[in-house]
Design a protein around this ligand. Sequence first.
Ligand SMILES: Cc1cc2nc3c(=O)[nH]c(=O)nc-3n(C[C@H](O)[C@H](O)[C@H](O)COP(=O)(O)O)c2cc1C
Length: 460
Amino acid sequence: MSKQIHLNAFSMNTIGHQSSGMWRHPRDRSAQYNTAEYWIDIAKILEAGLFDGLFLADVLGVYDVYGGDVSEALRTASQIPVNDPALIVPLMTAATKNLGFGLTATLSYEPPFTFARRISTLDQLTNGRLGWNIVTGYLNSAAKGLGLDNQPKHDTRYEIAGEYMEVVYKLWETSWEEGAVQRDAARGLFSDPSRVHKIRHDGQYFQLDAVHLCEPSPQRTPVLYQAGASTKGRAFAAGHAECVFIAGPSKQVIKPAVADIRACVRAAGRTTGSPLVFTLMTVITGRTDAEAEAKFAEYKRYISHSGALTLMSGWTGIDFSTYALDDKLQQIRNDAIHSAVDAFTVSDPDRVWTIREIAEFAGIGGTGAIIVGGPQRVADELQGWIQDTDIDGFNLAYVVAPETFSDFVEHVVPELQRRGVYKTSYAPGTLREKLFGAGPLLDETHPGGRHRLGRRELAA
Ligand SMILES: Cc1cc2nc3c(=O)[nH]c(=O)nc-3n(C[C@H](O)[C@H](O)[C@H](O)COP(=O)(O)O)c2cc1C
């Protein structure tokens, strides 16, 4: 059986996510991001296309690197205004049965105790359809919004992340035993105190002395996605991620990244299940190649180049307003997304990018690649990416919402099914069971799953 393609739709609780300027397009509905109907419609389209999930990006800051302030981001709606992604998940859950939800949440600012409750609540409300995209963040403005002078250093953010995982694993996996909740009205016993354990954690970054507030959710720990592909990012992924999200403009950039992530996983001694790797991709399609190309040409007329550079400046930490358009981008190290800078510099040294080319390229689909064509050409290309780079699937971004998603479901999904590389129905169970065919809980060889075994020691 050919390698089955995994698909997430990639979105954000904002306007024009990866393709700056498209909110002005007459068919675009992303300016309705703050309505329930908008998200319910999208969830129904994706479930009809048997997507594994809707992957929701998120930021806690603003894009104020370009030009040194937030003005251009506000003018071009470059990920501002941005609403809380967690609050639309229950809405979409009620309108669907199987679609998973990948929720991006940075662990750099919220205490693990309260975060763990929100996640358990959502995993219960979705009946185990929740994934968490673990990010450490990249916008200094987020730190300033949260009362800090600056965001922690890039590598320090990953150290904090390592300890953060330790704490949430203890809350989700150790604190409440199976069977702790009795709901025994006859005996007047709701939960058995001997089976609920206090978590005492005294670490460098976090201190905790408490039981988890929630009873175990269907997956206990949500499916763990991770986005961040620097050296530190890959090591973190190797230790924790069940799914990894990467981005880059070409196979030349993505193939070595996948190989390295898989090597890191082996080196970390994780014996079962290499993570599923998803790359960012934008697909513009229609009934024929010609129709798709005409749509692409039409979309390009709406690109906001200053909006695209505003997003790129935020992702890379580089103020592109200080460059001339024909300047060539060199690798620079700062505390933003290292892999975003590398993707346009050292990751493909044969391809030198000018600022003008980056503005045009990132105008549609951000830092990810684009495929334009009818069903056959798109299916050929998607299969080509899987074969040539060893990825497992795609986070499909939209250009015009929800048209990009509904076009894909109408034209490409049937072609992929005809070729036997895409499912024709959902598997039963939680998101983890659907993705990996194993049980609802983290495997006991996974660092998080191992916490389910440790409670006896902890209780002593
Ligand atoms: C493909 C991709 C998507 C990302 N999405 C987000 C996001 O939605 N929100 C966020 O705060 N950080 C996001 N990040 C960045 C992460 O926060 C990451 O931990 C951090 O920037 C460091 O990235 P690096 O390891 O690639 O240097 C993303 C990174 C990548 C590579």
